[in-house]
Write a protein that binds this ligand. Structure first.
Ligand code: UD1
Length: 420
């Protein structure tokens, strides 16, 4: 298996172009099968999860033609309604096919995703909503089987504002018999991006980006052209990289408004931030101040940037409390950061991080996508050499992270592993 080797201590400087958002690209690719014809999606990031979703669409009968970051999905013939375990087990977001398949074919069979490193992550809210809309939902032999000759609308009040759940319900509701209202809906920018795409396909969705989304039914949808928004989590990871190396990075092709909660926390930590229309300039300082964070649904502090901020707080002046409220098991990086010399204690859902003067390069193990990013950040700032193992987690969601870091002066390399 490949590993990443970092010789810490270089100060990152330069300009970086942010890729399209993985979490917007995945629902958009799934939505492309909702209408016959060729849907063109641009700004799709080159990451493993996108390749898995493309493979799933191909198995359903779609044809995909990819030129750089543009994917043309021909969904004229959707011949299968089944997403098999061998692909679903590698990517939970495969459940995003449920809504589109129900809308297009009135049936869907998707393998039930297993647990994952960051928690149990059930999809009960998605399934409850489909049942309430009149679908028959069965779990058999590890598969979710859903059938609905027609979906009724109605008022759906979500127990929690789940992101992919809100997306799935929106997609299923587009061609329902009646109006669907989603209350306590997730408000993430990726939801708005998907609603914009569905509206370009002929859907009538209002309220995306608020906690109440109204889907007025339409009879049919058409193929469309749609652009994926920039990846706010990738942008936030680079902002943290500038902060942790006390460097100066111009982060380009972003929507700064999507990063308000992170930027405000970096500002409190003493990092200098300048925001322009589609750019953010981040200038780190040695020994940032300790700042507490608590993850929350958007527009609160994103759980997907919790591990990266923790890496920064390991070198802060003072003690910070980092509370994870979205996932029950998202502190897998803590043990690895401690191996690098961090001083962290976990108390339930909170991690108490006492800043130390130095982190020391070590051999560490990536455990999930964002945890891997935090270990890379810690390695950039650590004294000596850090080896990050199991880097396939990073490949799921970061496009060319190593190349982008190198372009800003990091001493970082990917070492190919021996083929088994
Ligand atoms: C999405 C993002 C992921 C991000 C997460 C939270 C995608 C592809 N992934 O994941 O990067 O970390 O939002 O911002 O967009 N839950 C239930 N029942 C359900 C659904 C969710 O109990 O039916 C719980 C989950 O276990 C978790 C919490 O709700 O504790 C949030 O999950 P959710 O918002 O659904 O995350 P995802 O959509 O899977």
């Amino acid at each position: 298996m490949d590993e990443i080797v970092i010789n810490g201590g270089e100060i990152l400087n330069g300009r970086i172009l942010i890729s399209g958002a993985k979490n917007a690209a995945l629902p958009a690719l799934a939505a492309a099968i909702m209408a016959p014809g060729v849907t063109a999606l641009t700004n799709i990031p080159d990451v493993k999860d996108v390749r898995v979703m493309s493979e799933l669409l191909t198995q359903l009968g779609a044809e995909i033609d990819r030129v750089t970051d543009t994917f043309r999905v021909n969904a004229s013939d959707i011949t299968s309604f089944e997403a098999p375990y061998n692909l679903v087990r590698t990517m939970r977001a495969s459940v995003l096919l449920l809504g589109p398949l129900l809308s297009r074919l009135g049936k869907a069979r998707v393998s039930l995703p297993g647990g994952c490193a960051i928690g149990n992550r059930p999809i009960d809210i998605h399934l409850k909503a489909f049942s309430k809309m009149g679908a028959e939902v069965e779990l058999r032999h590890g598969m979710i089987d859903i059938r609905a000759d027609k979906l009724t609308g109605g008022i759906l009040v979500l127990d929690f504002p789940t992101v992919t759940g809100t997306e799935n319900i929106m997609m299923a509701a587009v061609k329902a018999d009646d109006v669907t209202e989603i209350h306590n809906a997730a408000m993430e920018p990726e939801i708005v991006n998907l609603a914009d795409m569905l509206n370009s396909m002929g859907a009538e969705i209002e309220g995306a980006g608020t906690d109440r989304i109204v889907v007025h039914p339409v009879k049919s949808l058409n193929a469309c052209e749609h652009r994926i928004i920039p990846d706010r989590i990738e942008a936030g990871t680079f902002a943290a990289a500038a902060a942790i190396t006390a460097g100066c990075i111009q982060i380009c092709n972003v929507i700064p408004g999507h990063l308000t909660s992170l930027l405000s926390k970096l500002d409190q930590a003493g990092v200098s931030i300048a925001v322009e229309k589609d750019r953010i300039l981040v200038q780190g300082v040695p020994g940032p101040k300790a700042v507490d964070i608590q993850t929350a649904v958007y527009p609160g502090y994103p759980t997907d940037l919790q591990a990266q901020f923790m890496a920064l707080m390991c070198l802060a002046d003072g003690e910070s409390v980092i509370t994870e409220t979205i996932f029950e098991n998202r502190f897998m990086h803590v043990a690895e950061l401690i191996r690098m010399g961090a001083d962290i204690t976990i108390r339930g859902r909170a991690a108490i991080v006492r800043g130390v003067d130095n982190l020391l390069g070590s051999e560490v193990m990536a455990t999930d996508l964002r945890a891997s990013a935090s270990l890379v950040l810690a390695g950039l700032a650590a004294q000596g050499r850090t080896r990050v193992l199991r880097v396939y987690h990073l490949d799921r969601g970061y496009e060319n992270l190593v190349g982008k870091m190198q372009s800003m002066g990091a001493d970082i390399q990917r070492i190919p592993g021996r083929k088994p």
